[in-house]
Design a protein around this ligand. Structure first.
Ligand code: KG4
Ligand code: ZN
Length: 365
């Protein structure tokens, strides 16, 4: 069967065509129109501008996905669309477009939860994980651990009580002068910082997953820089799988102010390393506790922040120590995209879930 998917929950308008054959999913096209350049001017996503930009390109993005895939609309067996959570105005553009397309062509419509979509990006792996498994979903707006009991049965077992991890990087990144979204720039700066702290040059092309960076990051807590720039650990006490990232964010703001008051600035790279260390350690600690509660289950890392090479490295070593399998989608499938919505749409379709003409969008989880 062929699925056409539409995603417009935040600042990317995306559409994909996916073939499902004998339970295997293949991406035939995956078109993403990012509004990031527009929102960068404001230092974050402006909801009204996002809705308008989706409305402008949704039709061309969808028809491009169809033409790139070589699949005709009349051969599409299901239209999958993100209906929640996200920015309400942005979601409504995708939901209404998908509804019109599906009903005018007599194609079944399937509603997809954006978070389940992020998790479903893992189903494109060479060896797709099969539920049950654990998933850590980290994006600009979400940070949560899920127990994926079945393809369409996903239970929240821990979530952030305040900021999402992506937000924690984006906001502190802004203070360091990094353009929005700061995630990727922060990632590279932290790599530089880990090497600077241990007094080594950065090997060519090294990111957080490079063995030399992993080793530098491991030695980082014992360095002078780590002592000077120490931030409070945001890990909540044992017993909850919830996170809290507002503490280190506020501590980072205060630390920068203290430096400013004496006319100084901390080294940006060292500071990025210290912040990344604190935040990734806290995430790894809660995932370690989740692994204690659900022994042996594989772990799927998903969402835009899954692109963070230091987080990937920390969770790789944690999974290795625990002897559990870790699945991380390729970077192109970590940020918002249509292929992930089609993958989840496929399993919703198999479960018999259909949306009707009264389908509405919802901002809430
Ligand atoms: O999943 P996503 O594309 O959108 C949401 O649903 O929020 O995630 C966007 C987030 C942004 O906060 C961005 O800074 C972050 O993903 N991000 C990263 C990296 N690449 C993107 N954060 C840390 N390190 C990265 N390499
Ligand atoms: Zn997302």
């Amino acid at each position: 069967m062929y699925l056409l998917s539409i995603e417009s929950s935040c600042d990317e308008t995306a559409a994909a065509v996916v073939r499902a054959e004998d339970g295997r999913l293949t991406v035939l096209s995956d078109v993403v129109a990012s509004q990031v350049d527009t929102h960068r001017l404001f230092g974050g996503v402006v909801p009204e501008i996002a809705s308008r930009a989706h409305a402008e390109v949704i039709s061309s993005v969808t028809y491009r996905a169809l033409s790139e895939s070589g699949v005709r609309l009349s051969d599409v067996d299901a239209v999958a669309v993100t209906d929640h959570p996200g920015l309400i105005g942005a979601l409504l553009v995708g939901v209404n477009f998908a509804k019109s397309l599906a009903y005018s062509h007599g194609i079944p419509l399937v509603a997809v939860d954006h978070i389940k979509g992020h998790i479903a990006a893992a189903y494109y792996d060479k060896e797709p994980p099969k539920p049950p498994f654990l998933s850590f979903v980290v994006s600009g707006g979400h940070t949560a651990i899920y127990h994926v009991r079945d393809y369409t049965d996903v239970l929240l077992i821990g979530g952030t009580r305040d900021d999402a991890m992506g937000e924690a990087f984006d906001k502190v990144g802004r203070l360091l002068g990094l353009p929005y979204p700061a995630g990727a720039g922060f990632d590279a700066l932290a790599t530089e910082g880990f090497f600077a702290a241990v007094g080594q040059p950065v090997p060519e092309g090294a990111d957080g997953e490079h063995p030399a960076t992993v080793s530098a990051a491991r030695r980082f807590p014992k360095t002078e820089a780590a002592k000077e720039l120490a931030l409070p650990t945001p890990a909540l006490p044992q017993g909850t799988l919830d996170f809290s990232f507002s503490g280190p964010k506020t501590a980072a703001v205060n630390l920068l102010h203290r430096y400013e008051q004496v006319g100084k600035r901390p080294d940006r790279a060292l500071f990025a390393a210290a912040y990344t260390h604190t935040v990734t350690e806290a995430a790894a600690k809660k995932l370690s506790e989740a692994m204690d509660r659900y022994p042996g289950l594989p772990l799927v890392l998903a969402g835009g922040v899954a692109a963070n090479s230091h987080l990937r490295a920390a969770l790789s070593s944690l999974s290795r120590e625990r002897g559990v399998r870790l699945v991380i989608p390729p970077r192109s499938l970590c940020g918002d995209n249509g292929a992930m919505i089609a993958a989840q749409g496929y399993y919703e379709f198999l479960a018999g879930h259909r949306a009707e003409a009264d389908l509405n969008a919802s901002a809430l989880d």
